[in-house]
Design a protein around this ligand. Structure first.
Ligand code: MG
Length: 353
């Protein structure tokens, strides 16, 4: 367990193994003992009239009806609307993000620019697909016969990489982005080890080929700040840029292997768990809130970073500690377990606030 003085930022990202593809030397060539890949039903392609079916192992983010995977950036209910089977941006309502967090992933997005056409350049059909909460934007823009700066075109990595070609369909038509996102890697001290990488296929056409992202493109639109350490898994977000862009058939396949799903819960909910939970006369478990939807849990003098696997269940990534909050009764209980056996959890009652 890390000491409380250890850099919280450094702990935010337990850097997972690099995903450099290399043959696994544990197996001979054509080894019959080697496990076969899991079987996935690949689903079906979309048409203009009909959204396709997602692959069987994907997390469905929007099925034409259900808005529950999406929230406003602070975790409160989003003001974006579901209309005619599409998720539609309500101008002025703010960005929308997934409640669930994702690391390296394959993301499928279908979007349509508004008709009739309004505005020009960056003012026409502008939205965006963000990875890392709000840090890295693939531009959504009506780039069909609409001149703008190259690195602000549809499917650009905004501000850095124009798409190789302009594969835009006319406004009103459904367009696809298939995006492979690879997170930046940081070490335990928060130092950048590897930059983020992105591949984008726009309407079936490769437009970004494993580009290396020089820096996040959020914040100052002309001179954004350099990389800063952030958690490995964060929500995916769509931009409200004042245009009623529509989305449908949204799904994602997480590419890392993780023990739990992860969610970025609303700060208002996380704040309800904050407080002191005495263990005995000499030790108190302290819970406090960190940025990026994380909790800090101080246990036996050490500090753990806790990730949400559900609205009530939290786990430490670096060691086998879990915590289940039960606030349904008159007492506010944190059941803290160490090791595999969760039936032996310490049931601790909150005394403050
Ligand atoms: Mg945009």
């Amino acid at each position: 367990m890390k000491s409380p003085s250890a850099s919280v930022l450094g702990l935010l990202l337990a850097t997972s193994a690099f995903l450099h593809a290399a043959p696994d030397s544990n197996w001979l060539a054509h080894d019959r003992e080697r496990p076969l890949p899991p079987v996935v039903n690949p689903g079906t392609a979309s048409t203009q009239d009909q959204p396709g079916k997602p692959p069987s192992d994907s997390v469905v983010l929007f099925d034409g009806k259900d808005l529950t995977p999406w929230v406003a950036m602070d975790g409160s209910p989003t003001k974006w609307i579901v209309k005619d089977g599409a998720l539609e941006c309500v101008p002025g309502s703010g960005y929308v993000r997934t409640l669930q967090s994702f690391g390296d992933c394959q993301l499928h997005v279908e979007w349509a620019a508004p008709t009739p056409v309004h505005g020009d350049s960056q003012g026409r059909g502008n939205s965006g697909v963000f990875f890392g909460f709000n840090r890295y934007e693939i531009q959504v823009l009506d780039s069909y016969e609409n001149k703008t700066y190259a690195d602000g075109s549809a499917a650009s990595y905004y501000g850095e990489y124009p798409p190789m070609v302009n594969a835009c369909l006319p406004p009103g038509q459904w367009q696809t982005y298939d995006i492979i996102w690879t997170n930046p890697r940081f070490d335990a001290e928060g130092k950048l080890l590897a930059k983020a990488r992105i591949t984008v296929i726009h309407n079936g056409v490769l437009v970004q080929n494993n580009i290396e992202v020089e820096r996040p493109n959020t914040g100052h639109w002309f001179n954004p700040p350099p990389y800063q350490v952030h958690p490995e898994r964060l929500p995916i977000a769509f931009q409200d840029h004042g245009n009623p862009v529509r989305f449908r058939n949204l799904w994602v396949r997480e590419l890392g292997s993780y023990r739990h799903k992860e969610f970025m819960l609303p700060n208002a909910l996380l704040d309800t768990y904050v407080g002191d939970y005495p263990r005995d006369a000499h030790d108190t478990v302290k819970v406090r809130r960190l940025p990026d939807g994380l909790l800090s849990l101080t246990l036996a003098g050490g500090e753990l970073i806790m990730h949400a696997a559900s609205p009530t269940h939290f786990y430490a990534e670096t060691t086998d500690v879990q915590c289940e909050f039960d606030f349904t009764g008159p007492k506010k209980i944190a059941a803290v377990s160490v090791g595999e056996d969760q039936s032996r959890a310490m049931k601790l009652e909150r005394v403050t606030p």
